[in-house]
Design a protein around this ligand. Structure first.
Ligand SMILES: *Cc1c(COP(=O)(O)O)cnc(C)c1O
Length: 272
């Protein structure tokens, strides 16, 4: 099964245009093919703005995808997978212990009472948005003897329904983070506005980059702000044009999801 090439130079595409576009990947070859297409799109976006494609990390997002299909993706070369919900991620981690070098990035909102789980198995957490959560994670990581790369999630779309800190809260947040060192802040993460207007989507990505550039001048020494995690299947070219160093891509690799996105995001966000 070969997917049609989704417009390699479509810097104007948004998530809004995505519905039903990506067939399910069912074989290792399907995964290889889809990964190659995504890398082509990444390369084309980098070329437009004079960026080195190795400066963009592709994080495949495997939420809703079953173990058998994840194993195919692993055979096609995926070694770090993003999951929105920590329990789903934890089950998959347990089920695939035999794949010793498969690592997990939790990219969705985390309740403080589930910090313990993330501290146990995740290698990256991209949705840090409260001090209480940071303190709990730090404590749990210390007792597990582990460390964790984290991204601070920022609400760049000004939608009340979205998770993440308001842009003007981030500087104070970084100052107040625990200094003991199991949490390693790598950068910022955002979800763009769900919109058919590429310029509205782009504005969210620009806001995250400008915030990062401004924070860099005053951030505490142990806070890394090199990374910008932004862009998904429908809008990652725009994100790359605006400086993304991590793009989180699910459907363009695994195929369209049947579970509605409202299962993974605050419920009134997905309306058109
Ligand atoms: C699902 C998800 C993605 C990937 O979205 P796709 O449309 O499948 O590419 C990216 N980021 C987060 C936080 C997600 O929950």
């Amino acid at each position: 099964m070969q997917t049609p090439l989704p417009e390699p130079d479509s810097g104007t595409q948004t998530r809004h245009a995505l519905h039903g576009q990506y067939p399910r990947a069912e074989t290792v070859d399907d995964f290889r093919h889809n990964l190659a297409l995504v890398h082509e799109r990444i390369n084309a976006a980098c070329q437009r703005v004079g960026r080195d494609p190795t400066s963009v990390r592709l994080l495949p997002v495997s939420k809703t995808i079953d173990e058998a299909h994840i194993r195919l993706a692993y055979q096609a070369g995926c070694r770090l997978l993003g999951e929105n919900k920590v329990q789903e991620a934890h089950h998959k981690w347990q089920a695939m212990q035999d794949l010793g070098d498969l690592q997990w990035s939790v990219i969705g909102h985390l309740q403080t009472n589930k910090a313990k789980l993330v501290a146990r198995f995740a290698s990256e957490f991209q949705a840090l948005d409260s001090l209480r959560l940071a303190q709990t994670l730090e404590r749990r990581l210390q007792s597990e003897g582990r460390s964790l790369d984290v991204f601070v999630q920022v609400n760049t779309s000004n939608e009340a329904s979205k998770y993440g800190l308001a842009p003007d809260e981030v500087a104070g947040f970084l100052q107040a983070l625990p200094r003991s060192g199991a949490l390693r802040v790598r950068g910022l993460m955002t979800l763009a506005l769900f919109s058919a207007q590429p310029e509205q989507v782009r504005a969210c990505f620009v806001r995250l980059r400008e915030l990062r550039d401004q924070l860099r001048q005053q951030a505490p020494a142990n806070i890394g702000l090199d990374e910008l995690s932004m862009g998904m299947s429908g809008d990652f070219e725009i994100a790359i044009e605006e400086g993304a160093s991590v793009v989180r891509v699910g459907q363009a690799i695994f195929g369209a999801r049947t579970v509605p996105d409202s299962h993974y995001w605050p419920s009134n966000e997905r309306t058109e």
